[in-house]
Write a protein that binds this ligand. Structure first.
Ligand SMILES: C[S@@+](CC[C@H](N)C(=O)[O-])C[C@H]1O[C@@H](n2cnc3c(N)ncnc32)[C@H](O)[C@@H]1O
Length: 205
């Protein structure tokens, strides 16, 4: 067992939290908000029909867009209520409930590695802090050779960008590109958001 994610600690303290989150995104979709910015970047990086893992997929907006674009998508999230909403609102990907710190998709019948892993919406700041490096290692273990992970989260969420990049390196990722937004604005020392494009490297190379 790993330490419970901060997200599920929030849900335990407020059982309405997941429902609130689901409805918030449903309302944004209804009122015409653009909910696919992150997914468009991932789609631009992917060859057609790529294998893509949405790590911490929540109610499915990113995974759903990518499946509609023709990719082979798996979405994993620790919150069963969000996975239920993803299945209802964005069918197409294969959705699984699970903690990223314990991610073992071959044990669940999904053995091929992923060309791309996306983790949008501050997921890395919601995993239990004691599991951050383990989560990054589990993501790295599910990447194809030369596969990439794109991970985005905001500043002032108790996970310093420098610490994250050091954790990613120790998990076997090299930095390809650092951005400040999902629409490709460059990362600077003043950026309050990080979108890290990481490449899976072979240990020992
Ligand atoms: C703010 S939501 C973002 C959801 C989705 N990525 C999006 O952008 O719409 C954060 C998500 O991280 C998930 N999460 C947090 N810790 C997790 C963990 N250890 N394993 C899997 N999912 C986790 C939560 O359940 C929640 O869906």
């Amino acid at each position: 067992m790993v330490e419970q994610s901060l997200w599920m600690q929030k849900v335990a303290a407020d059982p309405g939290h997941s429902r609130w989150y689901i409805e918030r995104f449903r309302e944004m979709a209804r009122t015409g908000n653009d909910l696919a910015g992150e997914a468009r970047l991932i789609d631009a990086m992917a060859s057609r029909g790529a294998r893509i893992l949405d790590a911490g997929c929540g109610p499915g907006r990113v995974a759903g867009f990518l499946a509609t674009a023709g990719h082979d998508v798996v979405g994993v999230d620790v919150d069963p209520e969000l996975i239920e909403a993803a299945e209802a609102d964005y069918p197409g990907p294969r959705y699984l409930v699970g903690d990223l710190a314990e991610l073992d998709l071959p044990a669940r019948g999904i053995s091929d590695p992923f060309d791309l892993i996306v983790s949008a919406g501050n997921v890395m700041t919601f995993v239990a802090p004691s599991t951050r490096v383990t989560v990054l290692r589990r993501l790295r273990a599910h990447c194809a050779d030369n596969g990439r992970a794109v991970i985005g989260f905001g500043a002032d969420r108790d996970y310093e960008f420098g610490q994250f990049l050091s954790d990613a390196a120790s998990a076997g990722f090299a930095v390809d590109l650092l951005l400040a937004t999902w629409d490709l604005r460059p990362f600077t020392e003043d950026s309050d958001f990080l979108v890290a494009v990481l490449r899976s490297v072979q240990f020992g190379n």
